[in-house]
Design a protein around this ligand. Sequence first.
Ligand code: UGA
Length: 337
Amino acid sequence: MALVGCGGFIGSHLLKAILERTRWRVFGVDLDPYRIQEHLANERLEFLCGDLAERSIVNRIAQYPVVVNLAAICTPSRYMSEAASVIRSNYDHPARLADACAKSGSWLIHFSTSEIYGKTSADSGLLDEDTSEITLGPVPASRWSYATAKLLTERYLFALENLRWTIVRPFNFVGPYMDFMPGVDGEGIPRVLANFSAALVRGEPMKLVDGGLAKRSFTSVHDAVDFMFCLFENDSQGVGQVFNVGNPHNELTIAELANKMRKVFAEIKGVDESLVPLPEVVDGALYYGRGYEDSLRRMPSVQKAERLLGFKALTPLDCALKESLSWFVDHYQIVAE
Ligand code: UGA
C-alpha cells in the first residue's frame, strides 16, 4: 500500500500500527521523516522524501492497490496567511492523485476534514455525512479556504467515474506527536491541544480565542487508527462512502478543555493547580489575523461507521489528554527546564 503523509501526526501512528499489526509492505511519502525515524530501517517500508506536487511521485503512488492520502496543510492559523498554498495542497494535489488512481484502479482513501461542515452555530445538532447542510463563510473570511478546498476535493472524488474512493472526516484527533511546539520545531500557531500544551510547558497562560466558547469533540488518534483497520477489513462496505471519525462522548468547550488541561498538567508535574497560570481571553481576528471565523460546534453522527464497519471510538477524553500531555511534557522537557 502507499501512505502519503506517513510522517505526519496521523500518518506516523498509522504507519507504526501497519508495521506492527500486518505483514504489508508500505510505500511511504512525506517531506519530513522526523516522527518516523524508528521505522526508516524497516525493510517493509520504502520511504520517499517528496510530495504530490511532483507528477512522477503521483504516478508511482498510484501503482499501489491501496492508497491512503493524509498529506495536507491543516493548521487554521495558516488558512488566512497562506490561503493559496492551502488550496493547492488540499485541492490541486489530491485531485491529481485521484486522477491517477482512477486510471490505475487503486482504492483511494482520502483524509478530508470535519471542517467541511463549515460555520456551524452553537446549537447545531449532529453532523451527518450524507444529510447535513453545509454553510461556509464569505470569501474575505479566508478561514474557509481550507474547508472549501477539501470540500471541492470530496466532490471531485464523488464525480470521477472510475475511481474507487473512501472519504474520512476526522473530528479533532489528539495524541502524541500532534503538530509542534512553536519556536522549537515549528513556527506559528498549532492546533489547540499542542498550543495549550506548549503554553503549559512554558508557564504561560493558555489563550482562549473569543472566550473559548466553541465546542469540539476530541478523538484519540489510536481510535482513528482502529477505524482504519475496520475500513481495510471491510472494503466492500467502505468504498464510495464518506465517514465521520469522531467521539461524541468527548465534547466540551475550549474553555472547559483549558481547565481540564490545567488539572492534568498539575498532576503530571506534581504541583498544586493554583501554580498553573489561568487562561486568558484573546480576540480571534487579532490572534489569527483578519478573516478568522470559527465553527461553534462540531458534533459527529457516528452511526454510519458503526453500521457499515463495526467501528466505535472508545477512548475517554481524560485518557487521551493525559497521554498527549504527558508525551508533550516529556518530549519537550529540555525547553521546560
Ligand atoms: C482544525 C482544522 O482546521 C480541521 O481541519 C481539523 O479537522 C481540525 O482542526 C482537527 O484537528 O480535526 P479546529 O478544530 O478549529 O480545526 O482547530 P484548532 O486550532 O484546534 O481550534 C479548535 C478551537 O480552539 C477553535 O475554536 C479555536 O479558536 C480554539 N483555540 C485554538 C483556542 O481557543 N486557543 C488556541 O490556542 C487554539
